[in-house]
Design a protein around this ligand. Sequence first.
Ligand SMILES: [Zn+2]
Ligand SMILES: [Zn+2]
Length: 336
Amino acid sequence: MRFGPTGISVTPAERYEGAAGNRWPMSIMPAPGELLSSWLHRLAYANGIPPHYFGALLGAPGQNWSARLDRAMPDRILQFLGEHTHIPLEDIAALTIAPDPLARLRLPLRASPQQSCAPKTQATWLQFCPACLAEDETPYFRRGWSLATRVSCFHHGCRLRDRCPSCGGGLAPFSQKRLVPHQICARCGAALCKRTRPATNGVRRLERLIDDLLRLQAAGHRMAEGRSLPDLLGSACFQFGKQSVSIVRLPHRDRYQLFQKLAEGRSTPFEKRRSSAIIYWKRVVQAAPAWSGLVTSFSDAVLPRPKAGPCSTTAGPHLADLVQAAARLDQQRQAL
Ligand SMILES: [Zn+2]
Ligand SMILES: [Zn+2]
């Protein structure tokens, strides 16, 4: 790799070029559920290029370059990545969040260069579970962490973070100019894996129910009258100070408190104007305590009983997967 006044270039040595062709020296396999920007930062790091310069190499310079590619991947960059890695184009495209049926619930990406300095009252573009980053063999950021309806980790039961625990800035791995892995804050150099407190059971039940409902929607189960669940959840406004805002505009701290108030039945700052969105939120909150019973009875009916063995530490099956399995069983019965 060379840095020069006209930019950077990666030039393989002659013998390597003969053996590997256009391929970059290191090709990184995407991890399950990984966000495109996370994979791009790991790919850059593995090939010895700080992420800030890798954006320019891909032809996507500027602020938030990798996070912008998460939301819209130009075909020329997809082709370029395909040529230089051994990853199939469809696998690279699948790491993006485009097209995005959950766009209404996605945390906002601001064009401002001050994105990484978002005030504490503002949402940032991405959250993370410090325990996941600490345990990952190669730490990576998940697509699900960009949703405003996520406030805890389903695997660890702890709260997510949306800011560096040391400097309080939002994540800015795309602007890292040194060769440092992306689990280190690009602003202050602190590790992002400092543990968070556990989320309450009530918050976790509410969050899981919403996640299951969104998965059902993504799997093709539509609400009555063609209504969109993400639009309904995202259009409800809550009163915070003098502002009336939807959950995508709230930082993690405020969204977690909101979920806690909803789960505990405490006075919730719904805006005064009654709307179908607020009525729907209230219905989801009422249904949440029955979530685990619903999943267990569905699971018992649809899945074979697990053999006796060590207890699983996973978060259990997703309701959407169970409904899909039930639908397949029903189809098979009808075909007999
Ligand atoms: Zn986790
Ligand atoms: Zn920091």
